[in-house]
Design a protein around this ligand. Structure first.
Ligand code: PGA
Length: 254
């Protein structure tokens, strides 16, 4: 089970530091049973890393460039993230694909560069509403995985995380049903089995993302192919994030 909070472009440094502190207080003991990852904005990483050191909660970034260094104003590299305390990086998020023109090819470069630097990529895939209504969901996400992970060598299944995030469910309050999500996750596992073998596919963690809330998290993560959640809006509230982690672990109350 791996549950990550994608803060996107929210919180200033002071608000971010208090959110990290509250998340630590509420979820530290739960982090022994699930991998928990916080992905704040770049500017917060080193402060968050200091706060999280000594806890079992990991740090991730939301994006990176694929080059190791160079004249790319405004960008950061895998090594910069690693040396700022990150263990994970979200890659290919649909907001990056939509607003910053990321393609399966550019995502692939980033995935390979993250892995070779020692970061664990959380690779996001998902179909638009138009794709779903045209019956193209499996084809679209399958291609995103095949192209995005082409020639990537994560070593073991722990070195890679997939996140299925239907574009129509992100930030919309409209969540995929557990059946819909589990079906796509099962398909993704088959694509991974073709690429990396059955043992790897059996172990790789596939998160669901898109309007995950305390009320729907338990039913989603109870499904056999759903191994965690990538949480946007609800991760900005420490008590909601805690409730999602508890729901994922099947623990009630707080
Ligand atoms: P949301 O975002 O939970 O706010 O829908 C999820 C994501 O974009 O990772």
């Amino acid at each position: 089970m791996i549950i990550a909070g994608n803060w996107k472009m929210h919180t200033d440094l002071v608000e971010g530091a208090s959110l990290v502190a509250e998340v630590i207080e509420r979820t530290e003991s739960l982090a022994l049973d699930a991998d928990l990852v916080l992905c704040p904005p770049f500017t917060h990483l080193t402060v968050a890393a200091t706060q999280l050191s000594g806890s079992s909660i990991s740090l991730g970034a939301q994006h990176m460039h694929d080059a190791p260094e160079g004249a790319y104003t405004g960008e950061v590299s895998a090594r910069m993230l690693l040396t700022s305390g990150c263990g994970y990086v979200i890659l290919g998020h649909s907001e990056r694909r939509t607003y910053f023109n990321e393609s399966n090819t550019s995502v692939n470069g980033k995935v390979r560069s993250a892995i070779s630097a020692g970061l664990t990529p959380i690779v996001c895939v998902g179909e638009t509403l138009e794709d779903r209504e045209a019956g193209r969901t499996e084809e679209v996400v399958g291609e995103q995985v095949r192209a995005g992970l082409s020639d990537a060598d994560p070593g073991t299944a722990d070195g890679l995380v997939l996140a299925y995030e239907p574009v129509w469910a992100i930030g919309t309050g409209r969540v995929a049903t557990p059946d819909q999500a589990d079906q796509v996750h099962g398909h993704l596992r088959k694509v991974i089995a073709d690429m990396f073998g059955d043992a790897f596919a059996g172990r790789i963690r596939i998160q669901y993302g898109g309007s995950v809330k305390p009320e729907n998290a338990g039913a989603l993560m109870a499904r056999p192919h759903i191994d965690g959640a990538l949480v946007g809006g609800a991760s900005l509230d420490a008590s909601s994030f805690e409730a999602i982690v508890r729901a994922g672990l099947g623990i009630n109350g707080g």
